[in-house]
Design a protein around this ligand. Sequence first.
Ligand SMILES: Nc1ncnc2c1ncn2[C@@H]1O[C@H](COP(=O)(O)OP(=O)(O)O)[C@@H](O)[C@H]1O
Ligand SMILES: [Mg+2]
Length: 333
Amino acid sequence: MKDAIEASNLAKTFVTREGGLLFRGKKRVVEALKGVSFEVRRGEVFGLLGPNGAGKTTTIKILSTLLLPDAGDAWVNGYHVVKEASKVREAIGVSLYSDRGFYWKLSGRENLLYFARLYHLDEKTAKERIKYLFELLDLKADADRLVEEYSTGMKSKLNIARALLHDPPILFLDEPTIGLDPNSARKVRETVLELKKEGKTILLTTHNMFEADMLCDRVAVISKGRIVDVGTPSELKSKVAEHKVVEVTLLGFDDKVTGKLSGVQGVIGVAARVRDPVAGVAEVKVVYDGDSSIRDILTLLLNESLKVLSVKNLEPTLEDVFVTLTGERLEES
Ligand SMILES: Nc1ncnc2c1ncn2[C@@H]1O[C@H](COP(=O)(O)OP(=O)(O)O)[C@@H](O)[C@H]1O
Ligand SMILES: [Mg+2]
């Protein structure tokens, strides 16, 4: 049997005009995907890990037939996403981060019943399925409250429940825990693992390295429309296991500092997260060779007109794989 999902050289460019539709301003061309390829095996939880703008949502939209690729091919459940789109749709459930398409004046249960009818589920099957999904997502107590009273976490869980109504073998979850309170986020992560046990194939996107590490069998690291590496979380981390990681909080930071740090002997990757652009407060992560010394790094920083506020040694994580491969950090301030 073919892989559950196969993406081959997907490309997508967006052309927009600054100023919107009325004021025809300068053309802006964004190459969102520049040839993205990967495979997801059946029963696997596969993560697309990358920062904002990397191309994660675009990839999910193409695979779930919501957007046409400019070039490349993809198959989901063995069907081509462009030529056999309706077959693909039968096999998938999609929960997009931006999607809040619920009826606010209906209860959670009524909303799901409505969508179940759209899927042509018979009434009895629908009711049982909905009961099961409310239990799975820990929404039982809120099932009969109006959606307008739902918290963000409850709406996100309802969104996942909706994606699962027709019991599809393949599930797409776009940033399933972004903006959620810790309890809802935990519940969503537990649900992903529960669904994996049921045998579902799950493709999720995240910019949270802990989430990718915790949930995913394999992770594709994506940056600026390209997949830069794929592997199990431990395979990816083993690539930086020989490295050391230090995070320095600086006052008076500017962009030149990262360039200078990159030039220090033994430094493999540098990336900054600016906390306060006016004062120049930044947390700068430096991945460096295990054999070279931290002294060279600190000497450089102490010679600049900078103030070192703190220095922390860190265990290598998936973010350090990312820093090493791309020179970016996963989460901005
Ligand atoms: N409909 C669109 N029109 C114009 N640009 C878009 C559109 N959708 C996405 N983009 C751009 O494509 C790039 C990738 O976006 P996206 O796939 O949403 O990234 P991610 O989900 O990883 O944050 C970004 O630069 C984004 O601004
Ligand atoms: Mg996105």
